[in-house]
Ligand binder design. Structure first.
Ligand SMILES: CC1=C(CCC(=O)O)c2cc3nc(cc4[nH]c(cc5[nH]c(cc1n2)c(C)c5CCC(=O)O)c(CCC(=O)O)c4C)C(CCC(=O)O)=C3C
Ligand SMILES: [Fe+2]
Length: 342
């Protein structure tokens, strides 16, 4: 199989105040997110002048990937398209068609399985290609990478660095807290071909990072950034509730590692660096937040290696035991509306 382009697939974010509401409406279209929740999230974006860092992070990642490709003779032009904000994937796919691209490899900025993290990117590709119509290039999404050393190692280094910010003599009472985006319990149950894949992968990543970074500490995997209507159950505990429990049980400090994400976007800089940090301060807990991979050289190299897996038939590095595959089965990770009753 011959590929002739690379495309970065991401979530998108607003870059000025007037973008924020239309962006939020794109994200929640048809999802039943209450207006009160939207108004709250609007304020989170406004704390940063209506600018999410995520688009710039994508520009930086794409530039680093271009440099990495050039250094390793990967001869593919690079593109970038988002789900929810400009540059929208449909516009990118139109440009790719105009440039004569026929079959691209797509890298989504999410390591895990599940509807929001994986299937929805496949849907974005289908919708963008349908929008462009005849001549739209094919796009094959690269595999999930939750246990790839190029994803795990940057998290390991980041946890070590975050630990150094805390008092060494309190290490014995320091807890390592991994976080990921909460999703509806039903979505978690139907993630992957056999169900439960989102949480199973996160548990594996947490185990791997903990073992390599700070095996002497106790650790937990908890959830953040709950959305949706209140009557729909989402994965719990929320990080803020969990910090209270840890304080009650005698923890003095926490290192928070957002293994659910690849960059320090708004869910990280607001929900962790503001909300969870304030919660910790209120509880008298020392708090240090580990970085996300961002443009860490090993993470950028991973993207290049994932491409080479497809083009040069190289091995598939994996630190864990959960299987990965190139093409998802058609019926896994169904969208909320089509979700089977439990
Ligand atoms: C699993 C997952 C990831 C990780 C995988 C991946 O990265 O893809 C993720 C990432 C992100 N989520 C983000 C932002 C938002 N997510 C929302 C809402 C939702 N997220 C969900 C899940 C996830 N979300 C779900 C099930 C909903 C409910 C609505 C629905 O069923 O779709 C809302 C609506 C308002 C609200 O929060 O209520 C916003 C604004 C940003 C951008 C941050 C920035 O701007 O820097 C990023 C990277
Ligand atoms: Fe989200």
């Amino acid at each position: 199989m011959v590929y002739d382009a690379f495309v970065l697939l991401s979530f998108g974010g607003p870059e000025k105040p007037d973008d924020v509401m239309p962006f939020l409406r794109n994200v929640v279209r048809g999802r039943g997110v209450p207006d009160e929740r939207l108004a709250e999230v609007y304020e989170h974006y406004m704390h940063f002048g209506g600018v999410s860092p995520i688009n710039q992070q994508c520009r930086d990642l794409l530039a680093a990937i271009g440099t990495e490709f050039a250094a390793h003779d990967v001869d593919l032009p690079t593109y970038w398209g988002n789900r929810n904000w400009q540059p929208m994937l449909a516009d990118t796919v139109a440009r790719m068609r105009d440039d004569g691209v026929e079959h691209a490899l797509g890298f989504a900025t999410s390591a895990y399985g599940g509807y929001s993290s994986c299937r929805q990117y496949w849907e974005d590709i289908d919708a963008a290609r349908a929008h462009v119509g005849p001549g739209a290039p094919r796009i094959s999404k690269l595999r999930q990478f939750h246990d790839h050393p190029g994803f795990v190692n940057p998290h390991v280094s980041a946890v070590r660095e975050a630990l150094e910010e805390l008092e060494p003599d309190r290490r014995a009472s320091t807890r390592l807290v991994f976080t990921a985006h909460s999703v509806p319990v039903g979505m978690a149950r139907t993630a992957g071909p056999d169900g439960g894949r989102y949480t199973a992968q996160l548990e594996e990543t947490a185990r791997l990072v903990h073992a390599a970074a700070a095996a002497d500490l106790g650790y937990d995997l908890v959830w953040q950034s709950r959305s949706g209507p209140p009557h729909i159950p989402w994965l719990e505990p929320d990080i803020n509730d969990h910090l209270a429990l840890l304080a009650e049980k005698g923890a003095t400090d926490v290192v928070v590692s957002p293994i659910g994400f690849v960059s320090d976007h708004l869910e990280v800089i607001w929900d962790l660096d503001n909300e969870a940090k304030e919660t910790a301060a209120r509880l008298g807990l020392g708090y240090s937040r580990a970085a996300t991979p961002g443009v860490h050289p090993e993470f950028v190299a991973m993207v290049r290696q994932l491409v080479q897996e497809r083009t040069d038939d190289q091995n598939r590095p994996a630190l864990g035991t959960l299987p990965t595959w190139d093409v998802c089965p058609a019926d896994c990770c169904p969208p909320p509306a089509r979700r089977k009753a439990p």
